[in-house]
Design a protein around this ligand. Structure first.
Ligand SMILES: [Zn+2]
Length: 150
C-alpha cells in the first residue's frame, strides 16, 4: 500500500513503483487523478484493468523498466483513464446499462490522458524527447499507452 494505492509484484517492481510514486507525490497533476487509481500491479502488458469498480494499472516490463520519469507519467496517464471510467459510470449508473469500453477508452479519452501525462512530464522536468513522444501520440492516438523502447 502506498498513499492509498495497492502495489503488487516482484520486489524490484515494487521498489520501482514506489520510486515513481514518490516522484509524483510532489505534482499537482497526479493529485488531481490519484484517487481514481486503486492498484498498480506487475503484468505482462501495460493497460488499465477494471473490475468491480476497482481500477488496476497492470504494468508490463518495458514500462516499469523505462526511465522512472516515463513510468511515473504512465501512472498519471492510466489514473486519467480511471477518472474517466468513474465519471462515466456515475453518469450512466441510473440507466442500468454500462458499457465499460468506449466511454473511457477511445481517441478522445486517449487525448485527455496524454494531456495529463504531458502535464506530469513538464512538472517532473522530463527531457524534451519524452514530451515530444506524447505530443505525437496526442496528434494521432493509435494505440493505448505507448511504451517506447528507450
Ligand atoms: Zn491511454
Amino acid at each position: 500500500m502506498s498513499d492509498g494505492i495497492h502495489i503488487r509484484g516482484s520486489q524490484l517492481f515494487r521498489e520501482r513503483t514506489q520510486e515513481a510514486l514518490s516522484l509524483l507525490s510532489a505534482t499537482k497533476t497526479f493529485l488531481s487523478v490519484k484517487l481514481f487509481l486503486s492498484a498498480i500491479r506487475e503484468g505482462r502488458m501495460s493497460y488499465l484493468h477494471v473490475s468491480w469498480g476497482k481500477t488496476t494499472f497492470l504494468v508490463g516490463y518495458p514500462t516499469w523498466q523505462a526511465p522512472v520519469i516515463w513510468y511515473a507519467s504512465g501512472i498519471v496517464h492510466e489514473a486519467g483513464h480511471g477518472k474517466l471510467y468513474r465519471e462515466k459510470r456515475r453518469r450512466l449508473f441510473k440507466l442500468h446499462f454500462f458499457n465499460s469500453g468506449p466511454h473511457w477508452a477511445g481517441t478522445e479519452a486517449e487525448r485527455f490522458c496524454c494531456r495529463l501525462q504531458l502535464a506530469a512530464l513538464s512538472e517532473l522536468g522530463a527531457p524534451e524527447y519524452m514530451k515530444r513522444h506524447v505530443e505525437a501520440l496526442m496528434e494521432n492516438p493509435k494505440y493505448h499507452l505507448a511504451s517506447p523502447c528507450w
